[in-house]
Every structure is written in C-alpha cells, then in structure tokens.
Design a protein around this ligand. Structure first.
Ligand SMILES: NC(=O)C1=CN([C@@H]2O[C@H](COP(=O)(O)OP(=O)(O)OC[C@H]3O[C@@H](n4cnc5c(N)ncnc54)[C@H](OP(=O)(O)O)[C@@H]3O)[C@@H](O)[C@H]2O)C=CC1
Ligand SMILES: N[C@@H](CC=O)C(=O)O
Ligand code: NA
Length: 433
C-alpha cells in the first residue's frame, strides 16, 4: 500500500435513495466493520441526493439528505459518487460531471451505460478514475467483473440468459399459478424489481440494455441499445403458456448474444425453451447467464437479478473495489474493452424453429393451404395441433423446423393475406433445440 495515498475515511456521495440506494445504505451500516477491514479504512456515506427530502425513508440518514446535486457532486471531500437514480438524464450528466471532477463512479444504471458507455469510459480514462457498474446487469450476480477479468483469457462466442427479474417473476407466476398479467406486474413493482417505468421491463428494453452491455464486453465491440432487436412479453397469453407446457416447453424472456459468421447477433425476445433445459428451471426473480468461452467452455452465472439487497450487494462490492484502488493509489485499471468495431448480424439472417398460433376457417383443405403457404418459403412443419374452436374459427397451433427470420416473415405475410386465415395470434421462437 502506498503510504502517501492512504485515507482514514473514504467518503461516498450517493445519488438516489430508492430501492437500491436504501439497500446500499443498509449494507454500509450493517457491515461497516468488515468493509473497513477489507479496505483498510472506514467507508462512509457523506451526502445523499434525493428528489423529495420530505419523503418517509426506510433508513435513517440524519443530516445527509439533499436535493441539490452540486452539494454532492462538487463536494471536494467526496471520493466516490454512487449513482442510483436511474434513467438517462440527468443521471448521465451527473456521472460525467463527477468523472470530470476526478471522482470515481459506481452505478447500477444500465440505461446510461448501454447508450452512453463510450462517453462515460472516455471521461473516466481522461480523468484517471474508476467507473464500475456490476449491478447494471444481473443484479446481485457477478457477471461484469467475471467477463472483464476472470474470463479475460478467453474468446467468448456466446452469452445467453434470463436478465430481467420482473418478467421472469411474472412468467413464473403466470405459468405456475395461472396468475393474471396485471396482478403479477403489480407484485413485481411492489417488491422493488421493476423499473420506475415498467414498460422497460415488459417491453424487453431493460433486458436489451443489459445484453448490449454484456455483448460489448464479451465481443470487444461497442453494442448499444439501438443495435439490439427487441420483443417483450406483452403479447404472451395464458393460451401460449398452456400450449408451451403441452409441447414440453416453458416460455422465458431470453437475451441472446453470439459472434457468428454473419456478424454479432444481439437480441431479446420471448422463447419456448425445453422443460429440461437449465434455463427453464430459473424462476421468480432469479436470473441466469450462460457464457461460452474457447478455453473455459460453458459457464453459468445464477442468482437474484433484482431487488433491494441483491442489487445493493453488487453496488457495495464495486464501492469496496474502488476504495481499495484509492488506498493503493491506482485507478482506471479496467475501463473500456471495446477494441474492435465488428459488424452486427441483422435479425432477418438469424434462424430458429417457431411456434405459431392462428385462427383459421374450419373447413376441409385449410390445413393443406396453410402448409403450402409455409412450404413456399421453405418453412417445414414439425408438428401441427388443432384442439379447440374460438368463436367459429379453428385454432391451429404449429411448430416449425429451423428457418430464417426473413423466410418466416414472408410466410407470415402470405398467411395474413389468405382469406381462410382470420388471425395470426402468436409467433414465438423456439431456442436451445
Ligand atoms: N430495483 C432493482 O432491482 C434494480 C435497479 N437497478 C438500477 O438501479 C437504479 C436505481 O433503481 P431503484 O433504486 O429501483 O430506483 P428507485 O426509483 O427506487 O429510486 C430512485 C431514487 O433516485 C432519486 N431520484 C430520481 N431522480 C432524481 C432526480 N432527478 N434528482 C434527484 N434524485 C432523483 C429518487 O428520489 P426520491 O426518493 O426522493 O423520489 C429515489 O430515491 C436504476 O438505474 C435501476 O435501473 C439495477 C438493478 C436492479
Ligand atoms: N427492473 C430490473 C431490475 C434490475 O435490473 C429487473 O427486473 O431485472
Ligand atoms: Na451483476
């Protein structure tokens, strides 16, 4: 340890005291002694920015709350800014201001990292400070640090998993208890899993931000939110969940990134996944991320992907890492790792088997006509089921063999134009076959 850089107390300025901020304050207080042992000095909250200072809080932080961002960011005694406000602005502005003021930054904000990572890392590098964001993906699961450090000797070929706790909680309850969509979303919000605007969760954008961050690190090329193909779970119905079960699958919202010969494939969409696949057993708020490397082979990271204490666990670990760097007089050791500029694989070049549910006229020859429309686009049918009627229409459910997204779109467009087809109710990819 460099004697001249040793500090008695490392001061934290926190921006935000909501679900995660409250967890961080609790851990810093409860584990004060062992954190101090690990760092070699005290680590203390000095100021906390909130929007509404009069709001009741679940932690007592007498005299620390402020509604003035400058009182935190510009305080010369604050060493580390911990940003836990969420959203792109003003969070991005505050982070950049802090980095430019020579402060280290820890954030859980995937919105900012997924869209503005390049600017943030440039500012951190220019000012020779740390920028850590372990909580931004997978909540309490270690995944950023493993990818950047523990697996740094590998060429990573695939990262795939469940990275949104809210939707996994919802799909689990909708599958196991046949719970109503709106009711389970409200439960996930009440438990502190959902984003301030939960359309980011159910629309797939939260998972898209996370897979953009993971893909950037895994493949060493900048992937932003705008590069990710996104479908959420808003169209998933109890009928789809039931049919999935009958065919031997469960429905999960998957985030997938792979380096292929067509480019870097990065997408988020609901998927049928076989009941015996390890991801099928990842339930409730749990997340799991598979990473495949050329040396290590397959690894899987599993744990709670959202919620107060698991997320705060990752934030506090980052704070400890930065505090150790401060005590050792080092910084910005592992910043941006996007050394390449790789092309992206367009979604229409990806391939999968598909589950399709549609309503058609209930008369002879219709099934043959539908099979013919698929056949014209090289889509072969693996299984076809007709189980019930909806009003006067026959509900047909089918699973195709593997086909390109482009061919599937053309087949669906042809089907949509057929007079015997009333409605294409659902189209969901099958993954892991
Ligand atoms: N919740 C979770 O499970 C996880 C969250 N994250 C990320 O962590 C971050 C925080 O999430 P979470 O704790 O759930 O969010 P909350 O909405 O619970 O808390 C946000 C906090 O920030 C404060 N705040 C928001 N905007 C401003 C502003 N403009 N000026 C001052 N204060 C502001 C709020 O103040 P006030 O209290 O006065 O309203 C509140 O204390 C987000 O980036 C989120 O994506 C990451 C992983 C998991
Ligand atoms: N809303 C997010 C919170 C953690 O990132 C989720 O549900 O996973
Ligand atoms: Na994490």
């Amino acid at each position: 340890m460099k004697a001249n850089s040793h500090k008695q107390t490392i001061n934290i300025g926190m921006l935000g005291l909501g679900t995660v901020g409250t967890g961080v304050a609790k851990i810093l207080a409860a584990n004060e002694h062992c954190i101090a042992q690990k760092v070699g000095s005290a680590v203390a909250l000095k100021k906390v920015l909130v929007r509404n200072a009069a709001k009741p809080r679940r932690v007592t932080l007498d005299g620390l709350l402020t509604t003035d961002p400058a009182a935190v960011i510009d305080d010369p005694e604050i060493d580390i800014i911990v940003e836990l406000m969420g959203g792109e602005e003003p969070a991005k502005d505050y982070i950049i201001r802090a980095l430019k003021a020579g402060k280290h930054v820890v954030t859980a904000n995937k919105d900012v990292v997924a869209r503005h990572g390049r600017d943030l890392f440039a500012a951190a590098e220019e000012n020779n400070v740390d920028l850590l964001f372990e909580a931004s993906v997978g909540g309490g699961i270690p995944i950023i640090r493993p990818l950047k450090q523990c697996l740094a000797g590998n060429r990573i070929s695939q990262v795939m998993g469940i990275v949104n706790g809210t939707t996994n909680y919802m799909l689990t309850k909708m599958t196991a208890d046949k719970s109503d969509y709106e009711a389970v979303l409200a439960e996930a919000q009440q438990k502190g899993y959902a984003e301030a605007d939960p359309t980011a969760d159910v629309g797939g954008f939260d998972a898209a931000r996370k897979i953009a961050i993971l893909a950037s690190i895994a493949f060493g090329t900048r992937v932003t939110l705008d590069d990710v193909y996104v479908e959420g779970i808003t169209g998933i119905t109890p009928q789809d969940i039931e049919y999935a079960g009958e065919f031997g699958y469960v429905i999960k919202l998957l985030a997938i990134a792979g380096e292929t010969d067509k480019g870097v494939d990065v997408r988020v969409h609901p998927a049928f996944i076989a009941k015996n696949h390890p991801l099928a057993a990842v339930n409730d708020v749990f997340n799991a991320i598979f990473v495949k490397g050329d040396a290590v082979g397959e690894t899987m990271f599993y744990g709670r992907g959202a919620g107060e204490m698991p997320t705060a666990s990752a934030v506090v670990a980052d704070i400890i890492d930065v505090a150790r760097d401060i005590q050792h007089g080092v910084a910005s050791r592992v910043l941006c790792t996007c050394f390449d500029n790789k092309p992206l694989c367009p979604i229409d070049k990806t391939e999968a088997p598909y589950y399709i549910r549609l309503l058609v006229e209930d008369k002879p020859g219709v099934l043959a006509a539908i099979a013919g429309a698929f056949g014209c686009q090289q889509v072969s049918l693996n299984s076809v089921v007709q189980k019930r009627k909806v009003d006067d229409w026959a509900e047909i459910v089918l699973i195709t063999y593997r086909v390109s997204d482009a061919n599937m779109r053309m087949a669906l467009s042809a089907l949509g134009g057929m007079p015997v087809v009333n409605k294409i109710s659902s189209v969901i990819r099958v993954v892991g076959e």
